[in-house]
Design a protein around this ligand. Structure first.
Ligand SMILES: [Zn+2]
Ligand SMILES: [Zn+2]
Length: 176
């Protein structure tokens, strides 16, 4: 998943790579809230712009996330455009002066030791695109906060209505 700058010729470098599950797992990190389910695919063109390198193309990754309500598995397929400019570490452009725009949003990253780490590029792109709160279904009933039963498989014996009222009362207290 590493490309040396020397491999990028005057016409750039075209990549069409399968990224196996092991590499994807490493790219996403051990604590990622989702796991790759099959090999990913990266098609990209690398181009040198003085010291910077532009990586543009497309990445496809199949992941399994956890439903944010019931914690059940949610398949997520990302097929996302990639457009990142990598600068040598330490020579990246300063973040926008108002501080409101993160560098990630501008598709800016860094490289070190004359090598582009495509795993890191993939990591950034995938994290940016993943839904913040994946749901197994829009109508997912979630887990009972009291007994933990998966309410998609039927109601439990608890009385969530009562809980809700108490919670509302608590919120009113906090606001006053
Ligand atoms: Zn769910
Ligand atoms: Zn319950």
């Amino acid at each position: 998943m590493r490309v040396s700058l020397d491999e990028i010729g005057p016409d750039g470098l075209d990549l069409d790579d399968t990224v196996d599950v092991h590499d994807l797992r490493q790219a996403l990190g051990p604590n990622a809230p989702f796991q790759p389910t099959q090999a990913g695919h990266l098609v990209a063109h690398l181009e040198r712009l003085d010291d910077a390198v532009r990586v543009s193309g497309r990445a496809r990754v199949d992941l399994e996330a956890r439903c944010s309500r019931c914690l059940g598995p949610v398949p997520v397929t990302l097929d996302t455009p990639v457009d990142v400019t990598l600068f040598p570490k330490g020579a990246e452009p300063p973040p926008a002066s108002d501080g409101e725009v993160a560098q990630d949003d501008l598709g800016v990253a860094t490289y070190e030791d004359g090598e582009i780490d495509l795993a890191a590029v993939l990591h950034d792109e995938v994290f940016l695109e993943l839904p913040m709160s994946p749901l197994c279904s829009e109508s997912c009933a979630g887990l009972c906060p009291e007994c933990g039963k998966d309410l998609n498989s039927g109601p439990c014996g608890c009385t969530p209505q009562q809980k809700d009222e108490r919670w509302q009362a608590l919120k009113r207290l906090k606001l006053s």
